[in-house]
Design a protein around this ligand. Structure first.
Ligand code: NAG
Ligand code: NAG
Ligand code: NAG
Ligand code: NAG
Ligand code: NAG
Ligand code: NAG
Length: 663
């Protein structure tokens, strides 16, 4: 029996989805199919990302990053063995066995430090960058496999490269050092790939990350090495896993995979790799210019969520794909391809699945998240075929340490990718809705622009945007697909219906100051789930019954007492059927117009939905997880009124309910 378990973790799927979005965005404007010939150069993206530091979080989103910094992410450098100074300075083991742990940490903490202007974190990542660059081997190798017999695999460096690129974006004085070191490494990697070296199973699945790094060099700092860069991209693809086949409907797994035979290398059905793989085809498109690569990426995305999607926005994988029983890449897909479906899903994942898998104070995280999660504890029996019984405990490193070092990249990268420019660099586009400030120069016209978005979104339907510009231009804002009767009022004028094209509404901005207010309401919607159960959504938020919980400390880190492993148990009944016809949305007004800090914990968000419910018989699987929702259950007691809360604020929950009809 498979329960609504979801992998989650921020890290894997989340990260992947981001890249997906980026890729997809680009294809909209960027198609140039060349008949039968290999085109020269890289195809342009649909949208261009902005350098790190251009977009800053404001309001509750700023606070969310403060919570992350005051939590586990901001303290790892002080005590966590994979990244702490005592380990990596000295050059022995700042990466884990695949040499990736320090690299992951660096990739997330670079933007965390810049977006908060946090000098402590900025100096930690500067020290890391200096150490790695100063110890580059004479052959060009970067990383700890120097003067040892340890084999050199390429993959563990890729997150480090992403972090270094972000440091260059934020501080141009680092450009020469980083770009010189990269080119030296690329020359070595190209030779290694031609000799069949540097490859193991993870490198073969995650080749697209290196392709994206090479494309950054090509776009901004090619230094005459264009041919070598393109040849290296092709070598990576030819030696890597065939994602166009993995995402082909003929072979794509339509159920949980543990009883299926994978015709491709086994790691291609691994949850996190699949999210990485979503970036492969848009990144391939840029050097093939082949529309089929874009089509395959878009189709693969749809298949993944059709057969493995969860109401929280993410798809399910407990290590490997988990089917339907109760993802970062996305931003890259959006930027390459431009289809708004990628942006809608990234927003849903960020505002639901991501915060749900961390405690409110962000000191403890899970490895696996369940859609119906009635306890978080060491599970007997264990519902996860490929992961350990400890996987849904909230702690320092349940099941694997990877998400401890990788989860911090989620919020910062969501923020820095929330605005892009059009390829002509004349327009600014707000992709993800939330509170931000932006300060940039639109290069095409030398237009100095600043933007401030004041909102509690997704805990409000209203966004007020103030733009100051030295020249007139067209500003675009994404209108999510779930908005109904959305309106815009410009400079205090009358409210008019929004009229998005391809998900974007255009606003004419004049020189000087322009202010506009968006009102973006949405209806409550019902998603049908297995066994006749339903999930409830309104706008970007998924709603769940928040089961009250008791908490017990299972373990405490010796160096850092705030790093605890927590077991949660339900302290109230959770066995309810709901009557969807009675769902009613309620909005509270937060005190002083401010959301509480942190926001993602029980009872804190101002939005709730009430619904008529009745108690039912609903079995437990073992004594730790809910069995599949019963179909058409009988009420065993009186009808009552229960409250549903935003999924991200729940740590124990029912997110997929059986239904009944209240009379
Ligand atoms: C490797 O060993 C050589 C010879 O001892 C030394 O000069 C060099 O600095 C070492 N390289 C690194 C990166 O430690
Ligand atoms: C930029 O990097 C240089 C070289 O590492 C450093 O000296 C400088 O302080 C950095 N500037 C900022 C604003 O961080
Ligand atoms: C998917 O695979 C099948 C079987 O190999 C093949 O016939 C088909 O052309 C492939 N589809 C695409 C879109 O490549
Ligand atoms: C484009 O993709 C199709 C389908 O995968 C393939 O048959 C064709 O050779 C590709 N063309 C180029 C120029 O890469
Ligand atoms: C949209 O407008 C219709 C017609 O006025 C109304 O019935 C419906 O409730 C509105 N929906 C939302 C979400 O405001
Ligand atoms: C259910 O509870 C909500 C919130 O407490 C309340 O506003 C609503 O009126 C109640 N509905 C019924 C039918 O009692």
């Amino acid at each position: 029996m498979r329960l609504p378990e979801v992998e989650d973790t921020v890290n894997g799927p989340f990260t992947m989805i981001w890249s997906l979005l980026l890729s997809l965005f680009a294809s909209l404007t960027a198609r140039s199919v060349v008949n039968g010939q290999t085109p020269a150069g890289l195809a342009p993206k649909a949208f261009l990302s902005l350098p790190l530091g251009t977009v800053k979080p404001a309001g509750w989103l700023y606070d969310q990053l403060v919570v992350q910094t005051n939590g586990l992410a901001g303290h790892e450098h002080d005590f966590y063995h994979y990244v702490s100074e005592s380990d990596w300075i000295g050059g022995t083991s700042y990466y884990s066995s695949l040499e990736e742990a320090g690299s992951y940490w660096f990739n997330g903490m670079v933007p965390n430090g810049i977006l908060l202007d946090d000098p402590t974190i900025q100096s930690q990542v500067q020290q890391f960058l200096d150490y790695v660059l100063d110890h580059q081997d004479s052959t060009g190798w970067l990383g700890p496999e120097v003067n040892t017999t340890k084999p050199r695999y390429l993959w563990g460096r890729y997150p480090f490269f992403f972090g270094a690129i972000q440091m260059v974006e934020a501080n141009a004085t680092l450009t020469d050092r980083v770009v010189t070191a990269f080119h030296k490494f690329v020359a070595l990697a190209n030779t290694m790939l031609h000799n069949g070296e540097g490859l193991e199973d993870w490198t073969r699945t995650r080749w697209e990350d290196f392709v994206i790094v090479l494309q950054w060099l090509y776009d901004f700092h090619p230094e005459g090495n264009e041919d070598l860069l393109i040849d290296t991209m092709k070598q990576l693809k030819y030696t890597g896993d065939p994602w166009e086949d993995v995402f082909n409907e003929t072979y794509f797994p339509k159920t949980a995979v543990e009883d299926l035979r994978n015709p491709f290398p086994v790691l291609t059905w691994h949850g996190v790799n699949m999210a990485e793989g979503l970036k492969a085809l848009p990144s391939t498109y840029r050097f093939t210019h082949n529309q089929s690569d874009i089509d395959a990426a878009s189709k693969g995305w749809d298949l993944l969520f059709q057969y493995h999607g969860r109401p929280s926005g993410i798809y399910a994988a407990d290590e490997y794909l988990a089917g339907l029983e109760a993802a970062r890449g996305g931003s890259y897909l959006y930027q390459v391809i431009g289809d708004p479906k990628f942006a809608d899903r990234v927003e849903r994942i960020t505002y639901n699945a991501l915060p749900a898998t961390l405690t409110g104070d962000m000191w403890s995280r899970q490895y696996l998240q369940q859609q119906n999660q009635i306890a978080a504890k060491n599970m007997t029996p264990n519902p996860f075929p490929e992961d350990g019984p400890y996987s849904n405990v909230f702690g320092l490193e349940p099941n694997y340490p990877c998400c401890t070092v990788n989860h911090p990249q989620g919020w910062p990268k969501f923020i820095s990718n929330s605005f892009v420019t059009t390829p002509d660099q004349a327009s600014l586009v707000q992709v993800y809705l939330g509170p931000y400030t932006v300060s940039t120069m639109l290069a095409a016209t030398g237009n100095k622009v600043s933007v401030s978005v004041d909102t509690l979104y997704p805990f409000s339907d209203t966004l007020t945007t103030t733009i100051k510009a030295t020249k007139a231009f067209t500003y675009y804002v994404r209108i999510p697909s779930w908005v109904t009767n959305g309106t815009i009022s410009v400079n205090g004028g009358p409210s008019r219906p929004v009229s998005p094209t391809n998900g974007l509404h255009a606003v004419s901005v004049h020189a000087g100051t322009t202010e506009f207010t968006l009102d973006l309401p949405s209806e409550i919607t019902i998603e049908e789930r297995p066994h006749g159960s339903v999930a409830v959504h309104r706008g970007p938020l998924h709603y769940a019954f928040d089961i009250s919980r008791s908490s017990r400390v299972l373990a405490q880190n010796a160096q850092q007492p705030l790093a605890v492993d927590l077991e949660f148990d339900a302290t109230e009944a959770w066995q309810y059927a709901i009557d969807p016809s009675t769902l009613t949305f309620h909005t509270g007004t937060p005190a002083g117009g401010q959301l509480p800090s942190p926001i993602f914990d029980s009872g804190l968000p101002p939005f709730t939905i009430s619904v008529a419910a009745c108690p039912i018989d609903w079995a437990e699987g073992g004594n730790t997880f809910a069995a599949a929702p019963p179909t058409d259950p009988a009420c065993t007691g009186a009808v009552t009124n229960i409250t549903l809360s935003p999924f991200g604020s729940t740590k124990l929950r029912i997110g997929e309910f059986p239904t009944f009809k209240a009379t």
